[in-house]
Design a protein around this ligand. Structure first.
Ligand code: ADP
Ligand code: MG
Length: 245
């Protein structure tokens, strides 16, 4: 269970004179998945800081299952800049995610490292890794936590197309029915593959987003990806995005 509700959330950084997030309101049903799309600099990552508890809203409220979102540990958060602990190895970073999480998830470190292509660097330190490797480690760290709300900020942006595709499929297969996913991405294709709804913020994060329901059922998305109807939808969405942003 993890129903997320943002009610009129406003926020600005102390050094800035204007609001970055203004009366932002939306909901994500428990067990559902949503992509957030908006231009660069519109405040998407900042919104995730609020969800991750790094900053608090100046106004409005963020509720998880009808309770104020505190640092309850219910949110698994993967920041845009992987922020791994530099003094810990790859293995240790991922295990920490598991230890700090709710431990409900079946988790096998060896198997996960293997699937993510990280076995050979399991004992390396973050400074020894490429951007794409760091991203995968950070991804495993958050998934190992098994939280009921997972927030991923452009999780696959530094990966090559093939690895990205593998990680997308894996994410889709790992999400439990009761886990809620919030995904920031710039790729409409990724949004359509991975999430039930797309919430579009045209400029700043302000008011209610434009909500688009994914017409493709969860189980069929990776299959229909190969068909024209999928690409027609992606193109339509791209058009809409261009007009609105
Ligand atoms: P997005 O993720 O949509 O690209 P961000 O939330 O990263 O947008 O940034 C929105 C704005 O807030 C930018 O103008 C950015 O410079 C500013 N900003 C981001 N993080 C901080 C911070 N920690 N302190 C001050 N300003 C910030
Ligand atoms: Mg960002």
């Amino acid at each position: 269970m993890s129903h997320l509700k943002l009610n009129q959330v406003s926020f600005r950084y102390k050094e800035q004179s204007s609001w970055l997030l203004k009366h932002v309101s939306f909901e994500v049903e428990s067990g559902s998945s949503v992509s957030l799309l908006g231009p660069s600099g519109s405040g998407k990552s900042t919104l995730f800081y609020l969800l991750g508890g790094m900053y608090t809203p100046d106004d409005g409220e963020i509720m998880l299952d009808n309770m104020p979102l505190s640092k309850s540990g219910m949110v698994g958060y993967m920041p845009q800049d992987s922020s791994l602990f530099p003094w810990m190895t790859v293995k240790e970073n991922i295990l920490l995610g598991y230890k700090l999480g709710n431990k409900k998830k079946t988790f096998s470190l060896g198997n996960w490292l293997d699937r993510a292509g990280l076995t050979e660097i399991a004992d390396s330190y973050p400074h020894q890794l490429s951007g794409g490797m760091k991203q995968r480690v950070s991804f495993l760290r958050v998934l190992a936590g098994g939280h009921s709300l997972i927030c991923l900020d452009e999780p696959f942006a530094s990966l090559d197309a093939l690895t990205r595709s593998k990680m997308q499929k894996w994410l889709a297969s790992l999400m439990n029915a009761d886990q809620t996913l919030l995904l920031i991405t710039h790729q409409i294709e990724e949004a359509v593959l991975l999430t039930d709804h797309i919430y579009l913020f045209p400029n700043l994060l302000e008011g209610r987003p434009i909500e688009i329901r994914n017409p493709f059922p969860k189980m069929e998305r990776f299959q229909v990806r190969k068909t024209p109807v999928f690409w027609e939808f992606v193109q339509q969405m791209e058009q809409q995005l261009k007009q609105q942003t």
